[in-house]
Design a protein around this ligand. Structure first.
Ligand code: R1P
Ligand code: URA
Length: 350
C-alpha cells in the first residue's frame, strides 16, 4: 500500500511552474541531471521497458519492477522514476551516449506535460523521437511503419455541439513539420533495419486527434459525434495524410515554439528548406514514427502478439537515429557532473 503521507508531503515553490523543494517537476517528477538530451517518448510502459532493454548493460531483471509506483530506482547503469501521475522516465546509455525514454500514457495534455517539464530540467538542445501506434486512413496493411513528415491537429469543435451556430463539428489545423534531418535519419535507419523483413515503411502526414473515437471518425452509438464526413474533410485539407493518432502534433508544435527566436513572420518569409536560426540553446529536434495498428479502410486491427516483434525491429533504428543526430558541441549539453549518467558514460569508456 502506498504511503499517501509521503506522496503528499511536498512544498511547491510557485503556482506558475510548481517545483518540489528538491527540484522535481509537478507531474513528470524529474529534476536536472535525470533526463538525457536525447529522448524517446512512448505511450505505454511496456514499450518503454522494451526500449530500455537496449540500453548498455541493462538486463530484463533490472526492469522487472513489481512496484506500481511512485518509485525511484538508481543503479550504476540505470535510472528509473515512476511519478505519481504514472510518467515513467528511464535513463541509461546507448552505445555510451546518455539517452532517456519517457512513457507519457496518452493524448496531447500528457505530451504537453512531458515536453514542458522535461525541457525545464534538461539544459541545452534536445532531440525527441515519438515512438507510438496509430491508425491509417489509406489502405496500408497493419504492421506497417509510418514516419511523420509533419502533423496537424483534429479537434472536436465543442461549440458546434453546444449552440449549433458553428458550421463544422471538427477543426482541422494546418500542418506543422518536425525536424527534417532527424526524420530522414529515422527513415533511413528504419529502412536499413527492416530491409530483410516484409514490413512497409511509409512517409506521410499525421493527424493528431483529441479523441481516439469521435475525432478519429469512429462510430459510437452512445454519443452524437457528427463525424461521417470527417475522413473526407481530412483528405480534402491534407491529401498526404496517412495516419491518425493522438500526440505527434503536440510534439512538433511545441518543438517549434521552444525557440525564443521563433517568429511567425520570419518563418513565412524564408524558403521551407532554410530553418529559422536559433540564437539560444533551447532547440528541440523532433521526429515521430508509429506502428500501424488499425486500418480504417478495411476495418482491421493488428493482432497484439505481433506488436513486441515489430517494436523490436524498430527500437534499434530509433536509438541509432537519436545518437546520430548532431546536437552541436557535446560540451554544450548539460554538464555530466552530478547527472545520473556520469558514471555510466565513464564505465562505458573504460
Ligand atoms: C490510443 O490507443 C493511443 O495509441 C496511440 C495514440 O496516439 C494514443 O496515445 O499512441 P501510443 O501507442 O503511443 O499510446
Ligand atoms: N492509436 C490511435 O490513436 N488510433 C488508432 O486507430 C490506433 C492507435
Amino acid at each position: 500500500m502506498t504511503d499517501s503521507n509521503k506522496i503528499y508531503s511536498h512544498i511547491y515553490s510557485s503556482a506558475n511552474f510548481p517545483l518540489e523543494d528538491n527540484g522535481r517537476t509537478y507531474h513528470v517528477s524529474t529534476k536536472p541531471g535525470e533526463v538525457a538530451n536525447r529522448v524517446v517518448t512512448v505511450g505505454d510502459h511496456y514499450r518503454a521497458f522494451q526500449i530500455a532493454e537496449f540500453f548498455d548493460n541493462v538486463t530484463k531483471e533490472d526492469l522487472d519492477v513489481q512496484d506500481p509506483g511512485p518509485y525511484e530506482i538508481k543503479k550504476p547503469h540505470l535510472f528509473m522514476y515512476m511519478s505519481k501521475r504514472k510518467f515513467l522516465t528511464i535513463t541509461g546509455t546507448y552505445q555510451g551516449v546518455p539517452v532517456s525514454v519517457v512513457a507519457i500514457c496518452m493524448g496531447l495534455p500528457m505530451m504537453d506535460f512531458f515536453i514542458r517539464e522535461t525541457r525545464h530540467v534538461v539544459k541545452g538542445p534536445m532531440a525527441i523521437i515519438r515512438f507510438g501506434s496509430c491508425g491509417t486512413i489509406k489502405d496500408i496493411e497493419t504492421g506497417s511503419i509510418a514516419v511523420a513528415t509533419g502533423a496537424f491537429m483534429v479537434s472536436r469543435n465543442y461549440n458546434y455541439f453546444i449552440n449549433k451556430n458553428e458550421e463544422s463539428p471538427y477543426l482541422i489545423s494546418d500542418a506543422c513539420s518536425g525536424d527534417k534531418e532527424l526524420q530522414e535519419l529515422l527513415y533511413k535507419n528504419l529502412k536499413k533495419e527492416c530491409k530483410n523483413e516484409n514490413i512497409k515503411i511509409i512517409k506521410g502526414l499525421n493527424g493528431s486527434a483529441d479523441s481516439f473515437y469521435s475525432s478519429q471518425a469512429r462510430h459510437d452509438n452512445n454519443f452524437i459525434d457528427c463525424n461521417d464526413q470527417l475522413f473526407d474533410d481530412i483528405r480534402k485539407k491534407h491529401p498526404n495524410c496517412i495516419t491518425l493518432e493522438m500526440e505527434t502534433f503536440g510534439l512538433f508544435h511545441l518543438a517549434k515554439c521552444s525557440s525564443s527566436t521563433y517568429h511567425k513572420k520570419e518563418e513565412e518569409e524564408k524558403p521551407a528548406s532554410k530553418k529559422v536560426k536559433l540564437s539560444n540553446n533551447n532547440e528541440i529536434k523532433a521526429a515521430a514514427t508509429t506502428m500501424i495498428f488499425a486500418n480504417r479502410v478495411n476495418n482491421t486491427f493488428i493482432s497484439t502478439e505481433k506488436v513486441p516483434i515489430l517494436q523490436d525491429k524498430m527500437i534499434k533504428s530509433i536509438l541509432d537515429s537519436l545518437i546520430q543526430i548532431n546536437l552541436g558541441d557535446e560540451k554544450n549539453l548539460q554538464p555530466v557532473e552530478g547527472s545520473v549518467w556520469e558514471n555510466m558514460v565513464k564505465n562505458f569508456k573504460n
